[in-house]
Design a binder for this molecule. Structure first.
Ligand SMILES: [Fe+2]
Length: 293
């Protein structure tokens, strides 16, 4: 149905690219208003094309409207960490530097301060991670995103050959990370009965057909043919190769920014370079994805 036929007014939205390989910023849209199908498709396509999309100026949204904004990009799935959720909205989880762990200690929010993609221990990891800025520090605390598709294409041929058929074994937290990990996650992994989830190290995007390097170092127990220790060293080297500045964008939030990350073509990282006496609180939504292949 056209916007006119549905009675929905098309908003004067603008989408501006941040840089050649990554990022676009959307202005001139109010996500509290109904969104017509053409606008929905433009936003979705811009997220896939630019790997990360920032929609500015949404500080007025209620949690219900934040959820509806997330649903523009697909069906939401539950965050596997059920400890920190928005009251009454089980599909919106909360990242907050004032969280406490189950023992009442400040939670180790720095545990994810490495490049990764989300929920790789699941058979069907999310296709988009969506972050909404509720409270932000004066400066720092960016979310950095790397275009792992462009970075893969730029890898030397011998590295491409080496990783072409490699698989990763994914758990809640790799044994190499247990000493420094969040104790609640370590405990959950030690009690887990499930065998590791195997994914390709290089995945093909189901919509664009392009390849990207794709892993969560902190959750990878092994890469094919490597010990857990070798795996961590290898993935760190690979991370260093693919997170060169031209492939990355660090988004420093303004309150009310909505960030949409195409997880199938990227790695991301939380920034901890801010004054931790200030409050940083993001809502997170995950859009259900396909099995990586
Ligand atoms: Fe993440």
């Amino acid at each position: 149905m056209s916007a006119a036929a549905s009675g929905i007014t098309t908003q004067p939205m603008e989408i501006a690219k941040v840089k050649k390989h990554i990022g676009a910023i959307v202005t001139g849209i109010d996500l509290a208003q109904p969104i017509d199908d053409a606008t929905r498709k433009k936003l979705y396509d811009a997220a896939v094309e630019n790997v990360v999309l920032v929609i500015r100026g949404q500080a007025h949204l209620s949690p219900g409207q934040v959820q509806a904004a997330g649903e523009i990009f697909g069906e939401l799935m539950e965050d596997q960490n059920r400890r920190y959720l928005v009251d009454g909205f089980p599909l919106i989880s909360v990242l907050d530097n004032r969280h406490k762990d189950s023992k009442g200690q400040p939670a180790k929010v720095g545990a994810n301060a490495t490049w990764h993609t989300d929920h790789t221990n699941q058979e069907l990891p999310p296709k988009f991670t969506i972050l909404y800025a509720v409270a932000v520090p004066d400066k720092g605390g960016a979310t950095s995103v790397c275009n792992a598709r462009a970075a893969y294409e730029a890898l030397p041929d011998d590295m491409k050959l080496k990783i072409a058929d490699a698989k990763t074994e994914n758990t809640l937290i790799s044994s190499a990370r247990m000493k420094t990990g969040n104790p609640d996650i370590v405990k959950a992994q030690l009690e887990a009965k499930k065998s590791p989830t195997v994914h390709p190290l290089v995945r093909t995007h189901p919509e664009t057909g392009t390849k990207a390097v794709w892993f969560h170092k902190g959750k990878t127990e092994t890469v094919t043919g490597m010990s857990p220790e070798e795996t961590q060293d290898f993935l760190q080297d690979l991370t260093d190769q693919i997170t060169q500045p031209q492939f990355c964008y660090a988004h420093e939030y303004k309150k009310g920014d909505l960030l949409i990350i195409d997880d199938r073509a990227s790695l991301h990282k939380a920034g901890f370079d801010y004054d931790h006496s200030q409050h940083r609180r993001l809502y997170r939504m995950l859009v259900r994805g396909d099995r990586p292949c």
